[in-house]
Design a protein around this ligand. Structure first.
Ligand SMILES: [Zn+2]
Length: 199
């Protein structure tokens, strides 16, 4: 994968050609994957107030007039890593207390209301604007996905933390793409074995 493709991972490209998470969950998946820990720091799509605003605007999570501060960026990135920790915990572990504590704290200003349209269909909607509204929308998606059961299929890669949607029947996928992280893990184990055997 060249740099051009790497920069598109998480938005236009899914490692291993996996399908994206269904429905609105795709937005939450993209939020987690707005940064990949294998890539340079400056590739973080929400790393500065400017890039965060552009990304949130593109996803219609904030309005043109909304302001994004450095503190908002810090809050969003904290939330992202906490939700990533929940996705990694979907590999069959309990999420760390730190992650759930962060989500509790960050969600303090996030208010959700239940909207209903003329057909009687309900939807969760943010009650505030700006970053509080964006956080509310993202947490609303997390909640809905837990109700539908789709959330348990969103997994953080054991190697790089990338959030992928595990469509496998037995829900056994552990790496974002076997060809990248899976092989790397195997190679590392192989070299480790070889090193110890030649000692
Ligand atoms: Zn990975």
């Amino acid at each position: 994968m060249d740099e051009h493709d790497k920069r598109r991972v998480g938005e236009q490209i899914e490692p291993g050609g996996r399908p994206k998470a269904p429905g609105r969950l795709e937005l939450l998946q993209r939020f987690i994957n707005s940064y990949n820990h294998d890539f340079p720091r400056e590739w973080d799509r929400i790393g500065t107030p400017e890039t965060a605003k552009a990304w949130l605007r593109q996803k219609r999570l904030v309005a043109p007039a909304d302001r994004i501060s450095e503190a908002d960026v810090a809050r969003l990135r904290e939330l992202r890593e906490a939700i990533r920790a929940l996705a990694i915990a979907n590999q069959g572990r309990q999420p760390g207390v730190a992650a759930t504590d962060i989500i509790r704290r960050v969600s303090g200003g996030a208010r959700i209301s239940v909207a209903i349209d003329d057909t009687g269909r309900t939807a969760l909607e943010p009650a505030r604007r700006g970053v509080d509204g964006a956080v509310a929308t993202l947490l609303g998606i997390l909640h809905e996905a837990q109700l539908t059961g789709h959330w348990s299929r969103v997994k953080g890669c054991r190697q790089c933390g990338y959030a992928f949607f595990d469509r496998s029947k037995n829900r056994s996928a552990a790496w974002c793409a076997m060809s990248i992280c899976g092989n790397r893990t195997k190679n590392r184990a192989y070299y480790r074995r070889r090193r110890t055997s030649t000692r």
